[in-house]
Design a protein around this ligand. Structure first.
Ligand code: FAD
Length: 358
């Protein structure tokens, strides 16, 4: 293990929305902290999404603590670029101590501290908040014949817009928001087929990000008291943002069941039906980026790190923020990240014996 060159009370790994929300409350608590972010510039995952992506909610329901996201100039739901602009302004406004680009390779147990190894030296910290998100771990399921397919295959992270696929036969795989939003715009310029494991289910039009957050909170609270509460999945999977509604009105949102394998020309179902395709877009999700925590050996059988709230049950100096509902209600969203950080930071500050100003 390398000797630490710098030492802090709290080290946040990741400068996306979850890391910034933590930074806001750490700043208010006057904690000694730093945020290390692997990217060259602000914005987290939003830097990697396609330009036409729209948030699930209007700006006022897509905000981090302290500062409301301004409504986009043209109205409607904010885009990825609007969100990057907001996050850029946010970290400047609160003068968050972000060191970038700094990629964390490993977190290890040291003498009374966690040692955080980066490509630019090692930090020692009394507490670590991991907020590394999911976009860097795109997931594509394995299907027979994938290697033989001669067309183009890309994951959601590689999709940059419909232009390069105009006029082509494109299969969009997946039953979630990414698939629905990509299909909605691609179906206006390409010959699209939507394929998904289960029939995709649109949420009622009135259910946006705020309603999802309220539901996630109710479910989280109910779970703590041993009660039942409706799951978001009971209502549907896909937020009916305006472009998705348009596609629905055009009849473009019909999905086929999942194919069984790929062929050199396209895909084949188990009943022998085939479909030729020039490109396949795998909108099949992401996995939490937890590789840097591997030396701590905390993962459970499901690949996730068990937590009590945000605190790792196997390492009390480690908190996880963002990623998904397992670290807090809707904590992978802008509104949820703020609420989760608001609970986590006082707990961290108390455990360090710093008097919080919150
Ligand atoms: P990220 O934004 O991914 O930030 C993590 C940061 O950590 C990145 O900068 C990364 O470079 C850095 N990092 C990773 N590993 C390391 C490392 N080892 N060392 C140092 N730094 C590291 N969310 C909403 O809130 N509202 C929406 O309406 C919404 N709509 C969406 C629509 C679609 C179609 C999609 C695909 C996503 C949507 N999301 C929405 C989800 C949202 O984009 C992500 O959940 C969110 O960006 C996660 O924030 P985060 O801070 O946890 O992670």
């Amino acid at each position: 293990m390398t000797a630490a060159e710098r030492s802090v009370d709290v080290l946040v790994i990741g400068g996306g929305q979850a890391g910034l929300a933590a930074g806001y409350y750490l700043r208010r608590a006057k904690a000694d902290f730093v945020i290390l972010d692997a990217q060259e510039a602000p914005g987290g995952a939003w830097r990697h999404f396609w330009p036409s992506l729209r948030l699930f909610s209007p700006a006022q329901y897509s905000s981090l603590p302290g500062r409301m996201m301004p409504p986009p100039p043209g109205g409607g739901y904010p885009s990825a670029a609007d969100t990057i602009a907001y996050l850029t302004d946010y970290e400047q406004r609160y003068q968050l101590p972000i060191v970038r680009p700094t990629a964390v390779h490993a977190v290890r147990r040291g003498q009374g501290r966690l040692m955080v190894e980066t490509h630019r030296g090692t930090w020692a910290s009394r507490t670590v908040i991991s907020a590394t998100g999911t976009w860097s771990r795109p997931y594509i399921p394995h299907y027979p014949g994938m290697g033989d397919y001669r067309g183009r295959q890309l994951h959601t992270v590689g999709y940059r817009g419909p232009e390069s696929l105009a006029g082509l036969r494109v299969i969009v795989v997946g039953g979630g928001n990414s698939a629905a939003q990509i299909l909605a715009e691609l179906s206006t310029v390409a010959d699209t087929t939507w394929v998904s494991l289960r029939p995709p289910r649109l949420l009622p039009d009135e259910v946006d990000g705020r309603a999802l957050f309220d539901l996630a909170t109710r479910r989280h609270n109910a779970a703590r008291t041993g009660q039942d509460a409706p799951s978001i999945a009971d209502l549907g999977d896909i937020v009916a943002v305006p472009p998705v509604r348009d596609a629905r009105e055009r009849g473009a949102l019909k999905a086929e069941p999942m194919f069984a394998r790929l062929t050199p020309e396209g895909v084949a179902w188990s009943d022998g039906t085939t479909l030729a395709a020039d490109a396949i877009i795998w909108c099949t999700g992401f996995r939490p980026a937890l590789g840097h925590l591997a030396p701590l050996r905390l993962r459970g059988p499901d690949g996730l790190i068990p937590t009590d709230g945000t605190r790792a049950t196997g390492e009390s100096r480690l908190h996880l923020l963002g990623y998904g509902d397992w670290t807090g209600p809707a904590s992978a969203t802008l509104i949820g990240a703020g609420r989760t950080a608001k609970q986590a930071v006082p707990e961290i500050v108390a455990s360090l014996g710093i008097s919080s100003k919150q």
